[in-house]
Design a protein around this ligand. Sequence first.
Ligand SMILES: NC(=O)c1ccc[n+]([C@@H]2O[C@H](COP(=O)([O-])OP(=O)(O)OC[C@H]3O[C@@H](n4cnc5c(N)ncnc54)[C@H](O)[C@@H]3O)[C@@H](O)[C@H]2O)c1
Length: 352
Amino acid sequence: MPKGKIRVAFIGIGNSASTTIQGLFYYSSGRENSGLWHPLVGGYGVGDIEVVAALDIDSRKVGKDLSEAIFSEPNVVEKRCEVPRTSVIVEKGLLEDELNPYLASKLEVSKQDKNGVVECLKKSDVDVVVNTISSGLDKSSIAYANAACEAGASFVNATPTSIATDPSIIEAFKKRGVIVVGDDLMSQLGGTALHRGLVYFLKSRGIKPIRSYQLDVGGGLETLNTMYEDLRDFKKQVKTSSIGEEINEGWEVVSGTTDYVDFLGNNRVTYLQFNAIGFMGSSITINVSLRSNDGMNASNIILDVIRAVKKASEDGLIGNVNEISNYGFKKTLEKKRIQEATMAFESKYCRF
Ligand SMILES: NC(=O)c1ccc[n+]([C@@H]2O[C@H](COP(=O)([O-])OP(=O)(O)OC[C@H]3O[C@@H](n4cnc5c(N)ncnc54)[C@H](O)[C@@H]3O)[C@@H](O)[C@H]2O)c1
């Protein structure tokens, strides 16, 4: 029997939402699947995802058709796919935090209260809400999770706010019979994934890493936002502890956003250095630089997670689903190595 569409709401129509929505149309319009990591997840293709609602708090996006809002300022994402008019009009989101000076300098705020958000999700009959709002807005992200729960929709948290790692929020989702996954998306091939992957490779070759650091330079609103010191420290902690999941013996690691360079746009350059020990204590140094696009790097993961959440929900799962959170996110309840997490996800959701 053919499955129905997965009805999705995006909250925060920034760069990663833009590339994901472009990707939806790109891969649904009969093009080959090159660049699409998992064509089928939970038996669903990308074309089975339908965006039925969208919210943002920037007046340059609110009131516009989604196809136009995804290219509106302050987004700096490149256009790789023409998106036809969708008839989804971006509605006002909520804002329960004070914006830090970096965000305040870039956003033109237009908002509504939580009841309006719940109404919007209910009337659109949403299955899965994807939260891609700016990081650091903890009260707002939590309010969106509560709104999704109240509306009976599952919730995907791409931000670093503790949501799918918060026992009381997980409990609320369980009671409502829906799913919550997160926190803090792990890009497909960003600094964290590459760092973790290299550790795995070194260890598989009998080399012992003793020290490594990762410095990130980027453009775009989210990198600028991360220049706010408290948030920068917090993100550094999350990234460092995610990399720490690959090791269990003495090793020093430092990882974090280092600077904002406006003309990089939505691109990010990551510098990695490893110091390791080989035969008879000989020293090994590896330097790597990775240039990638933040939005594009998020989209395969977001598309996979949406489809896996829908499948898990059909299978009767509720609350946090470890196989999905471990695969797609940096801050998780369970600690798994990247290889194990990917294999567990694929064996559960990609064997169709
Ligand atoms: N590769 C990635 O893109 C990646 C990786 C890891 C984590 N994340 C997380 O995903 C989130 C989105 O990243 P991005 O690069 O797309 O950010 P972005 O800055 O490009 O977009 C954020 C969007 O959220 C909107 N927004 C801010 N506050 C809002 C609110 N209260 N309600 C509704 N909309 C609001 C902004 O107007 C903007 O459109 C961030 O929290 C980031 O940490 C992204």
